[in-house]
Design a protein around this ligand. Structure first.
Ligand code: SPV
Ligand code: MG
Length: 554
């Protein structure tokens, strides 16, 4: 073995954990920004906008849940929201942990759980549980310094990640206790292990916050929430050496304005025309949620063997034997106990998983107006036959297909058995017709002769019979059954039919040929057509007698 010079190793830098990212933002000399979010969606939008961190605001999360910012949502309910927010984003989340949801012990559990959910840090405020939003009322009671320091220590001792940040929020200025108290608390909290101090103020100017920062210096990073002193230019904060600014509730407030606006307009206009162009498109929603990634993953992981089966229903003829009933509609639309026959047929196909159904229309085609079907037209229905109708549907005859007359009804298990067949082409054959002489039946029966009669054995389905002959005039001793007007083909079978139709077209026989002619020609050409024996559980509607029977069927 020869040893050459080692290639230079190029090691990709390990991406920073979310906790490490937040710590970097806190400790970097530049001013950083966190933007409020309160849900998976708003968190995604924060990241999309380019922010490098998220403030999971207690006020906003509560309001989005329809409750007050007074610890009305339990901490585990908040945790569930945080889990969605964290999973939906790659940037760090600083959680507004209120007062820690109890004493040091509650905070210990909270910090552990936050770390488990990949939350980068928590901010706790030195007030009492249940907390009240800082902008409500005056002189809110503050926690004792020692007790709050114990909480900070317990939180820091419980973190599962060294980079997790615990920020101590001082409410002394909000409560009117003054700057010295705020500084005293900052000193104590810093000594207890807080990674940063959040100094909160509800004044309309940044004066007290800036004074605090000047006196505090750079002993640890300082975070501010300029909700009330929003007029202060951001440049002022950066010059003062503030580490981080939290834009605390603006996604919540923006969404309230937007939702009110759209609700009002839709309510007043009772329509969507005005607002459609104003709201985010559905496509945008899909993009924001990453549907593209799912589509790609499906290609990689969803290798289903289940194939889509198309249905083709030949329903072009009038059905003259039904007399007046088909004067204004084709027979596939006659009413069977409150529903058109075709609707019942399509419903059975759909229930069996054949959802893509194409109906070939002809006579009174406008009357075939079912939803959820595709239609193709044979406008020369009165001079042509079934083969020609089928040729109209050829663009839809691809892969696995169910082929059906438009005037039959059958039980679902017959369809299921056809779909389960592995033959290239298979016809459902009613074995009750075996040996019958149909010549006096007064109707054209689609007779079938097979390689063997129906046995009814356990193995019946395992070794299907093959069709030898199909036609209307087989002699009784060769008849093994009646084709019920339902067939299934796979991709090969569909191709065979397609070619056969071409051959007939060339020979000038396409216009007049029946489906039986197609199958006969296919058998004559040496192809195998399987017979799936059934014993009843279907009917066709040819005449008034059939119709009466059909009306008892369902
Ligand atoms: C929050 O966003 O929930 C906060 C900030 O705690 S504030 O509402 O300004 O107190
Ligand atoms: Mg809050």
């Amino acid at each position: 073995m020869t040893t050459g010079a080692k290639p230079a190793l190029s090691i990709a830098p390990t991406p920073l954990s979310k906790a490490a990212q937040l710590r970097r933002e806190l400790t970097s000399p530049e001013l950083s920004f966190l933007m409020e979010a309160h849900s998976g969606l708003s968190a995604k939008i924060v990241e999309e906008a380019g922010f490098r961190g998220i403030w999971a605001s207690g006020l906003a999360v509560s309001a989005a849940l329809g409750v007050r910012d007074s610890n009305e949502a339990s901490w585990t309910q908040v945790l569930e929201i945080l889990e969605f927010m964290s999973d939906a984003t790659t940037i760090p989340i600083l959680v507004d942990g209120d007062t820690g949801y109890g004493n040091f012990n509650n905070l210990r559990r909270l910090v552990k759980k936050l770390c488990q959910h990949d939350i980068a840090g928590v901010c706790i405020e030195d007030k009492l549980f249940p907390k009240t939003n800082s902008f409500i009322g005056e002189a809110q009671p503050l926690a004792e310094i020692e007790e709050f320091c114990g909480k900070i220590k317990a939180g820091k001792d419980s973190q599962l990640d060294d980079d997790f940040s615990l920020i101590a929020r001082i409410e002394a200025l909000i409560a009117g206790w003054g700057l010295d108290e705020a500084l005293r608390r900052a000193e104590a909290y810093h000594a207890a292990g807080a990674d940063a101090i959040l100094i909160h103020s509800k004044l309309a100017t940044a004066d007290e916050v800036l004074t605090f920062k000047r006196d505090w210096g750079d002993r640890c990073p300082v975070v501010i929430v300029p909700t009330m002193y929003y007029e202060t230019p951001t440049e002022t904060f950066s010059r003062a050496g503030i580490s981080m600014v939290i834009w605390a509730n603006h996604n919540l407030r923006a969404s309230i304005s937007a939702m009110r606006d759209v609700c009002r307009k839709i309510y007043e206009e009772q329509g969507l025309v005005t607002i459609e162009g104003e709201v985010t498109s559905i496509q945008d929603v899909f993009e924001l949620m990453g549907n593209q990634e799912l589509a790609e993953a499906e290609k990689r992981y969803l290798t289903s063997t289940r194939k889509e089966t198309h249905g083709i229903v030949i329903a072009a003829s009038r059905g003259g034997k039904l007399g007046d009933l088909t004067e204004n509609q084709p027979k596939c639309m006659v009413d069977i106990r409150g529903k058109p026959l075709l609707r019942r047929l399509v419903s059975t196909l759909n229930k069996g998983g054949v959802r893509n159904v194409t109906v070939v229309r002809g006579y009174k085609k406008e009357k075939i107006d079912l939803p959820s079907i595709t239609t193709v037209d044979n406008d020369s229905y009165d001079t042509t036959g079934e083969a020609y109708s089928l040729s109209r549907a050829l663009p839809h005859m691809e892969g696995d297909c169910i082929l059906s007359y438009g005037d039959i009804l059958f039980r679902r298990f017959i369809l299921d058995a056809l779909l389960a067949s592995t033959a290239d082409m298979v016809l459902a054959v009613d074995a009750r017709g075996q040996g019958h002489d149909f010549h006096d039946a007064g109707r054209n029966v689609d007779l079938v002769s097979c390689t063997r009669p129906f046995s009814g054995d356990y193995l019946e389905e395992i070794e299907p019979a093959a069709v030898l002959k199909i036609g209307n005039d087989l002699s009784s001793n060769e008849v093994h059954g009646e084709w019920i007007g339902l067939a299934r083909t796979n991709a090969r079978g569909s191709e065979i039919i397609r070619k056969q139709l071409k051959v007939m077209e060339k020979a000038g026989k396409l216009e007049t040929a029946t489906l039986l002619d197609i199958f006969s020609a296919i058998i004559d050409a040496g192809h195998h057509i399987a017979a799936l024996y059934v014993t009843g559980h279907w009917l066709d509607v040819d005449d008034a007698f059939d119709l009466a029977e059909a009306r008892n069927f369902t």
